[in-house]
Write a protein that binds this ligand. Structure first.
Ligand SMILES: [Zn+2]
Length: 69
């Protein structure tokens, strides 16, 4: 099981980095093509055409790494 530590994407149209920092933070890029939602609870993506619209920038930790710190 992986834990989300960063929920972020970069829009391939306008270049904005969009980051959802908490569960109900629906973050949209300035051109409106892509959005990220869910914060560190889940990854939700909205895009205009396809997954080619954005570059995934999210970061994860394995659960064991989280608990051992
Ligand atoms: Zn954009």
């Amino acid at each position: 099981m992986k834990r989300i530590i960063r929920n972020a994407i970069r829009c391939n149209h306008c270049g904005d980095v969009v980051e959802s920092t908490h569960r109900h933070d629906y973050a949209t890029c300035s051109c409106g093509a892509v959005a990220a939602d869910g914060g560190t609870d889940y990854l939700r993506r909205t895009f205009r055409n396809s997954r080619e619209d954005f570059t995934e920038l999210s970061e994860f930790l394995e659960d064991e790494e989280v608990h051992s710190s």
